[in-house]
Design a protein around this ligand. Sequence first.
Ligand SMILES: [Mg+2]
Length: 275
Amino acid sequence: MDYLLTDTGRNDLGALLKVRSLYAFDFDGTLAKIVRDHHAARLARPIRFWLEKLAKRAPTAIISGRSVEDLRSRVGTVVPHLIGNHGSEGPHAHPENMRQVRETSSGWLKLVNERYQDELTRHGVVVENKSYSLSFHYRTAGQRDEARALISRIVAELSPPPRIVLGKSVVNVMPPTASHKGTALLEYMRRLDCALALYVGDDETDEDVFALRDHRILTVRIGKKNESSARYFLKRQTEIAEVLRLLVEVGDQNIHTWSGCHEQGAPRPAQHPNE
Ligand SMILES: [Mg+2]
């Protein structure tokens, strides 16, 4: 795994600009800083600024564990393609599959609420119903080990057995038939007719994309981690603004870059956010 902001990394980013590419990002910990209160996550001003510029020039997507509705409340119309529930929610998903996934998830929620509501509250675990999956958040739990043990016990009772993806202070459980971030990204590349893609993420769920090891996808992890399958890393979340700025500015230097890429009108020279 190499640092992205080097000559080699910049060259690889530049290669994306030579063809029609999809620029896809995770949300929490990637586009938005991880915050203690899950509801307070938002895009910092420079990130929103450069993301909006990029999205005006090329196909851009967010693939997140949050629901599409939740994402929309945070990014508005800045990014046109929002994919929720770790890849299983969005216009790409098959309606019948989505119905099944929803049904499984609501069955689990019913069991959790009926049997474990009091115990979960006592341990400071918050269950988030994302319609197509459930997330057990324990960031604010007093005894984190106990909270994790309780979550494991509950998850073991869910039927059919879920696909479990561990995040930062969160245990996500997804119906086994739900599509993941990797399958969602490939589907969007196909739908949007993109030859290459960039994907940036920070968490276990993003390994579903990194582990594809598809040569058409430039994979970047926020934070270096030797066990990750990502090709590159960024040292900190705020560096994503630099990546977005690079893509927009380098792309704008070449008149041919965005040809065939536009979704929302012609590019204009980028103004700096502080201007
Ligand atoms: Mg994340």
